[in-house]
Design a protein around this ligand. Structure first.
Ligand code: IMP
Ligand code: MG
Length: 191
């Protein structure tokens, strides 16, 4: 497998910047849900690093659940067809739900998840995304909490993968696609 230094173009969001911004988001969410219970729903796999850091910055009482979504299409372009590949364990009826996602790109994933969860009648439903790539939007979605607005470039690290790899990097970086050679498939879908 290629060493990521070979194709890393630039570090877009450093480890320090992530820490600082996630702490602010945690405070904002804690203010908004003061005296209320909060149910965080992490969208796997990309949202998981963000979730584990964010939850430690939230001071209101909270619970946690996970779901996974796969979108058809190639690794870098969503087709708009989204499938719920893993449903929640708990019910969300009458609960204050905040979705925790890594990135909103075309918007198809979040739009489908919102539509799917609305049918269960939560008390409230909001979206918290670490990254927002507005230039790529094909369907408008409400975003209540956003970490960073980023340019139209493919990024990896801190939960976001390149063909399934490099999610563990502590920063978010852009890829130089000219210098990146995908390894044999890791069997990943766009999660
Ligand atoms: P959307 O449905 O197009 O909004 O994209 C949703 C999913 O595509 C995200 O949850 C990510 O898993 C993946 N994705 C979109 N852009 C990137 C990127 O720049 N790097 C890594 N994954 C991405
Ligand atoms: Mg994702």
């Amino acid at each position: 497998m290629q060493d990521y230094h070979e194709f890393l173009d630039e570090i877009l969001v450093s480890e320090d910047a992530l820490k600082q911004r996630i702490s602010e988001l945690g405070q904002e969410i804690s203010r908004d849900y003061q005296d209320q219970d909060l149910h965080l729903v992490c969208i796997l796999k990309g949202g998981v690093l963000f979730l584990t850091d964010l939850i430690r910055e939230i001071s209101v009482r909270n619970t946690l659940d996970f779901m996974a979504v796969s979108s058809y299409g190639t690794e870098r372009k969503s087709t708009g067809q989204v499938r719920i590949s893993m449903d929640l364990v708990e019910g969300i009826h009458d609960r204050n739900v905040v979705l925790v996602e890594d990135i909103v790109d075309s918007g198809y994933t979040i739009a489908s998840v919102l539509e799917f969860l609305e049918t269960r009648h939560p008390k409230s439903l909001r979206v918290c995304t670490l990254l927002d790539k507005p230039e790529r939007r094909e369907v408008q979605v409400p975003i209540h909490y956003r970490g960073f607005v980023i340019p139209n470039k493919f990024v990896f690290g801190y939960g976001l993968d390149l063909d399934g790899y490099y999610r563990n990097l502590p920063f978010i970086a852009t890829v130089d696609l000219e210098r990146y050679h995908p390894a044999e498939s890791s069997g990943s879908t766009r999660l």
